[in-house]
Design a protein around this ligand. Structure first.
Ligand code: COA
Length: 251
């Protein structure tokens, strides 16, 4: 579908599907085609009993710079009322039936950060930075981050992350409970894949129930996504957002 997302499996890590951002020249910024490819991969994982865990990875020194700014601008100018591909993807993420692991090395911006709130285990290198500049772009938090982040980090840290746009180092993200472990840059992938392989060896039915219990009700998450998306779609077309996208595109 797009060469910018690589979906793979390897015998070295049985039961593990990997979804890799592969657009390093654009800091792995995510286009509609990339969201669609990831949604398809998550659906494939749901339906395949051979897949026991899914791992998200980026490229050397960059997880993802978030939504593609050009796509944001086109959507803002298009007047489209169709839900963007990102909206479909985040719901697939919330409804993913297999455990999700992420390995972050470097920049994790916007959805590059909020995606991890849906992962069961995240490992990150010490040079990683988690940041969501939603408000500075005239936007609002997405992916149910406004629900999940305060629960795991408390109100003030969530406000600093989601409303102030403050960057969280890997160490700060670990202290806040946003991620599981900090490792060296060269260890991120191996560690994430090893965790997923460990998950893959667990009794799947018990693990599934345990995960559902720990994650809590998904309808609450989906309802919050819908609430956020209604604001997000309005904000995308606002003068504040359009000015921010144009400023980025014209740098
Ligand atoms: N959408 C589209 N392109 C992006 C992008 C994004 N979100 N983030 C980076 N890129 C592109 C840049 O336009 C540049 O492309 P070019 O080489 O054709 O000019 C390339 O990736 C490298 O980015 P650059 O800005 O030169 O690298 P940097 O190391 O100086 O800064 C970032 C990296 C991520 C800090 C900076 O690019 C940035 O702030 N990006 C926007 C992040 C963002 O706000 N995302 C949306 C969150 S909701």
């Amino acid at each position: 579908m797009t060469e910018h997302i690589i979906v793979s499996r390897t015998d070295a890590y049985p039961g593990v599907m990997t979804i890799r951002f592969n657009r390093p020249d654009k800091k792995n910024a995510i286009t509609a085609a990339m969201y669609q490819a990831m949604t398809a991969a998550l659906k494939e994982a749901n339906g395949d009993p051979e897949v026991k865990a899914v791992v998200f990875l980026g490229t050397d020194g960059c997880f993802s710079a978030g939504n593609d700014m050009g796509d944001f601008l086109s959507y803002a100018l298009s007047g489209s009322r169709e839900p963007p591909a990102a909206a479909v993807f985040i719901k697939a993420l919330a409804l993913a039936e297999k455990p999700l692991v992420s390995g972050v090395d470097g920049l994790a911006i916007g959805i590059g950060t909020t995606l991890n709130l849906h992962c069961d285990l995240t490992v990150a290198s010490g040079r990683s930075l988690f940041r969501t500049p939603f408000v500075d772009l005239g936007l609002v938090p997405e992916a149910a981050s406004s629900l999940i982040a305060p629960k795991i980090m408390g109100h003030q840290r969530a406000f600093a992350l989601l409303a102030m746009g403050d960057g969280f180092t890997a160490e700060a993200a670990m202290q806040a409970g946003l991620i599981w472990k900090v490792v060296g840059p060269s260890e991120v992938e191996m560690e994430a894949l090893a965790l997923a392989a460990e998950i893959a060896k667990k009794p799947p039915q018990a693990l599934r129930i345990a995960r559902d219990l720990v994650r809590g009700p998904r309808d609450e998450v989906i309802a919050r996504m819908d609430e956020e998306l209604a604001h997000f779609a309005e904000r995308l077309k606002s003068d504040e957002a359009r000015a921010a996208f144009e400023a980025f595109m014209q740098r």
